[in-house]
Design a binder for this molecule. Structure first.
Ligand SMILES: O=P(O)(O)O[C@@H]1[C@@H](OP(=O)(O)O)[C@H](OP(=O)(O)O)[C@H](O)[C@H](OP(=O)(O)O)[C@H]1OP(=O)(O)O
Ligand SMILES: Nc1ncnc2c1ncn2[C@@H]1O[C@H](COP(=O)(O)OP(=O)(O)O)[C@@H](O)[C@H]1O
Ligand SMILES: [Mg+2]
Ligand SMILES: [Mg+2]
Length: 318
């Protein structure tokens, strides 16, 4: 827990960089680990819990506000605080975060970017938004010319358990069983391995995770139905030390990721996020971004303590 909890800051903290945080208890546990707080303190950074029951302006003073909470009320509080406290860096602006709460708008920036250079091509899978009326899905899919299998994802990605309930659909007819609003995304074979690219300001760190296995044409023809699948690429599914086919395991080229991260930082207006990216199986350089998350589980990013504290210091120094 925080070494300096809610309330007034002590005089000896005068020269500290004060970071107010408003996070869920799950996030506090995974992110604000003793090693991070200890290192931060040695570097002159103090984490202070924000009391949501008291006006934000009465707390601190803060140099930085770090947050990941949902709800309109909280967004309004933060917007008002940003307006009245322009000297405080709020990580990140609530409206920019909101952009990631919809799985359609989330990937729009990547699509608009048309990133293609000598290191590779980065796109997004073809997808279709279904707002209502499940019975219309088979026709809508046929009309849009989407190729099966499809990944069905809840349109809203607000961090709720429901927003992570995904399904794989093998045939067009069964799509009627799904519950809109959702995004239907073409499943891209990628050798069962996904890359998680963590971004903290200008720093980038990539890890490998297991993912859904490829679906062959034969399997597709043999199967029908819609199948719910659990969180296949969670931290327990690390593939960093797995013995994999090198053509599948090879990380995306660093210069390509740097370009992607830089563009996304700018287009999204965010500094703290990660993205899930896959390489189309059988290609060397054809990549798809399938998910972008705000303030992800940094506790699982190797060396996050140093990267994060350096980032916080860079904010106040600039
Ligand atoms: O729960 P964790 O620590 O695994 O982190 C979750 C992330 O897992 P990852 O770091 O990618 O393995 C997770 O990433 P995925 O969506 O699973 O790719 C989300 O960022 C999740 O946030 P939210 O529930 O979408 O708001 C993250 O949850 P919160 O910690 O933000 O609640
Ligand atoms: N278009 C796709 N092609 C292949 N696999 C996918 C695709 N979309 C998602 N997946 C698989 O489903 C998992 C969860 O999807 P994702 O969009 O990352 O949702 P979440 O926000 O719940 O993490 C991914 O980790 C990956 O294994
Ligand atoms: Mg994901
Ligand atoms: Mg996600």
């Amino acid at each position: 827990m925080s070494q300096c909890s809610v309330g007034a800051l002590r005089p000896e903290h005068k020269n500290f960089v004060v970071v107010g945080y408003a996070l869920t208890s799950k996030k506090i546990k995974s992110f604000l680990q003793p090693k991070l707080e200890g290192l931060a303190r040695n570097k002159g950074i103090l984490f202070v819990a924000i009391d949501q029951n008291r006006p934000l302006s009465d707390q601190g003073p803060f140099d930085i506000v770090l947050h990941k909470l949902t709800g309109k009320e909280w967004r309004q509080i933060l917007e008002e605080y940003r307006r009245t406290h322009p000297e405080v860096t709020v990580l990140d602006p609530p409206d920019a975060i909101l952009h990631l709460h919809n799985r359609q708008s989330m990937l729009q920036c990547v699509a608009d970017m048309n990133l293609s250079n000598s290191y590779g091509i980065v796109g997004v899978p073809r997808q279709l938004v279904i707002k209502r009326d499940a019975s219309s899905i088979p026709d809508a899919v046929a009309k849009a010319g989407l190729t099966l299998p499809l990944v069905a994802k809840p349109l809203v990605a607000d961090g709720s358990a429901k927003s992570h309930e995904l399904s794989l659909a093998y045939d067009q007819y069964s799509l009627q069983k799904l519950e809109p609003p959702l995004v239907l995304q073409e499943f891209v074979n990628h050798g069962g391995v996904l890359f998680k690219v963590y971004i903290v300001g200008e720093a980038i760190k990539v890890v490998r995770r297991f993912s859904l296995p490829d679906v062959s044409k034969r399997e597709l023809a043999k199967n029908a139905g819609v199948f719910r699948f659990p969180r296949v690429s969670c931290a327990a599914a690390s593939a960093d030390d797995a013995d994999l086919d090198p053509s599948v395991a090879e990380l995306p080229p660093r210069p390509l990721l740097e370009r992607l991260a830089k563009e996304l930082r700018c287009r999204l207006g965010l500094r703290l996020f990660n993205l899930d990216i896959i390489r189309e199986h059988g290609t060397r350089d054809h990549f798809y971004v399938i998910d972008i998350n705000y303030f992800p589980g940094y506790g699982k990013m190797p060396g996050y303590e140093h990267i994060f504290t350096d980032f916080l210091l860079s904010l106040v120094q600039s």
